[in-house]
Design a protein around this ligand. Structure first.
Ligand code: 9MR
Length: 322
């Protein structure tokens, strides 16, 4: 089924890089082929949804750790590292929290308690956490969220401190999309992380999600310059959620464009001073989030619906082996 002799994760390891995938907990449970590809090809796993506030926290009193535990256990059995995603995010919050209208003090109790419980549960098993996800809008302004409303723009400072208290060894990341190259949004991210570092906040890296379109231009030099400015602050960078979606009907030229984009971003990561992980947002196109969100689009990953490797997979193997 998979023709390449050396798995992606081994090629990447030789280059000092972890190649990972977002894991769909249901597919992991129900689809043996999914488990095979994951264990063979990837050295790192992110829970696609299972560690988000909503899924983890059906009510204020109850935590639901089963799915997240299953992904972490699978990763442990197969020598894979785990990225934790995402502690503080405006999306996928449970209604009881999103609509709770909590006061500052109650909010602190709740969010600090949540972060402490989750991070300490996976202490020593999750190597990196997306502590704050998508805090900015595309123009670089603060995005509205219950966290911003409760705590104001100090909430990232608070969240990073709380995560660090719970696991002083975990690498703590700020993560966002459309902030991959130099633009207004990445400028806002840059300004914030620099301010956090000046204040002595425990932040160790920036995650560039890298949700891209095969029909759009990518500017590898601008992505490289963006990574460099974070590296120059002493921060690590990881590619955290890459996919390169195509428009239906998918065809050969789309697949080749897509392969070229994956290759270019991998080359940028390999050349950077510190770009320590390259994570794709799913395993096979079958379970990808894209078709539900963008009608008529999809096919953004390295393996097709049947689990066959695509040209993008070969391109990554080639760059890593070269
Ligand atoms: O892929 C995820 C999808 O299954 C969820 O329904 C959605 C909402 O929680 O989140 C998707 O993942 C997002 C990630 O957590 C943060 N960056 C953007 C990703 C794609 O929307």
């Amino acid at each position: 089924m998979i023709t390449n002799k050396t798995p992606l994760r081994d090629l990447a390891k030789k280059r000092g890089l972890a190649v990972g995938a977002a894991v769909n907990a249901e597919a992991l449970r129900d689809d043996p082929q999914y488990r095979t590809i994951l264990a063979r090809e990837f050295g790192m796993a992110t829970c696609e949804n299972a560690m988000k506030f909503g899924p983890l926290r059906p009510s204020r009193e109850r935590f639901a750790f089963d799915d997240a535990d299953a992904v972490v256990a699978f990763a442990g059995e197969h020598g894979m590292a785990v990225r934790g995603h995402a502690l503080v995010w405006h999306n996928m919050l449970p209604d009881w929290f999103a609509k709770g209208g909590f006061t500052y003090d109650d909010g602190i109790d709740l969010v600090r308690g949540h972060i402490h419980t989750v991070v300490s549960r996976y202490r020593g098993r999750v190597c990196a956490w997306d502590v704050v996800n998508e805090a900015f809008d595309d123009r670089g302004g603060w995005r509205d969220s219950p966290f911003l409303r409760m705590f104001g723009p100090d909430y990232p400072t608070m969240a990073f401190h709380w995560a660090h208290e719970a696991d002083p060894d975990a690498k703590l990341f700020y993560n966002d999309y459309n902030a991959d190259s130099i633009n207004r949004k990445s400028d806002a991210v840059y300004a914030m992380v620099r301010m956090l570092l000046e204040r002595g906040v425990p932040i160790h890296g920036v995650g560039l999600q890298m949700h891209l379109c095969a029909w759009d231009a990518v500017y590898p030099a601008s992505v490289a310059a963006n990574i460099k400015r974070f590296n120059d602050l002493g921060l690590d960078v990881q590619i955290t959620e890459m996919d390169v979606r195509m428009k239906e009907p998918f065809n050969e030229s789309g697949l080749l464009q897509q392969a070229r984009i994956y290759r270019e971003i991998m080359e940028v990561c390999l050349r950077a001073e510190r770009c320590s992980a390259f994570v794709v947002w799913g395993l096979t196109d079958r379970y990808s989030w894209i078709p539900q969100t963008f009608k008529g689009e999809g096919g953004g990953l390295l393996f097709d619906n049947e689990g066959r490797p695509k040209p993008a997979y070969d391109a990554l193997c080639e760059v890593l082996a070269s």
